[in-house]
Design a protein around this ligand. Sequence first.
Ligand SMILES: [Zn+2]
Length: 252
Amino acid sequence: MFIDTHCHLTNEYQDGIDAITQRAEKAGVGIFICATAEGIDIEPALKLAELHDNIFVTTGIHPDHTDLNPSDFLTDKILNHPKVIGVGEIGLDYHYNSETRKAQIELFEKQLDIAYKHNMPVAIHTRDADEDTVAILTDKHKGVMHCFTSSWDLAKIMLDRGFYFSASGILTFKNAESIRETFAKIPVDRIVIETDSPYCAPVPYRGKVCEPAFVIETAKVLAQIKKLQIEELESILSENTQRLYPKCHVKL
Ligand SMILES: [Zn+2]
């Protein structure tokens, strides 16, 4: 069974969560880690996780939302919830919001401190901000580079720090040769997969609303890159996910 390690299940999906998870399960995707990004999506994500055994949650505030105070949302009560398995997505994004750099760094550092205090892994978003991301993260942090599209140079640094790397639908894009080359070099025991749905639909679904069932397309490309049978890859990725997120304990 595959695990979609990063999907935004609280976003609007036309036909509702049950249809989404049923299609995923039919495709062989049975566990979902619902990432939050906006503060207000945390409570709805927890509700989903309480209703569904196979939905887990990471709680965090994305760098787009520098107006929010993380201590309002990442409370002890929320982080101690049995289905909250990590802090994310958090990080830096200078692609669209370079004017908020200072506030982004402050928000990121606050959330890293909270994660560290709770001994929780972090799911990192970094876009056009690799230098600062590397400088702010230290050896004491652990977690995953979500939707990893950065260079092998960054991968090397984060590998040395014990991080995991999440392959998204972007791995399937025609023009993503350099990302495929990077994933070819990353040891397979440090890789997990995600859709980042509803964004980033893989080939052959580009232009459609992405959903967790589509993570299979990323798995197929990764299996080719790693020269593994899909079943072998499936069990390696599941074990990796459970090492990365120890609170995500489900029978596989
Ligand atoms: Zn995301």
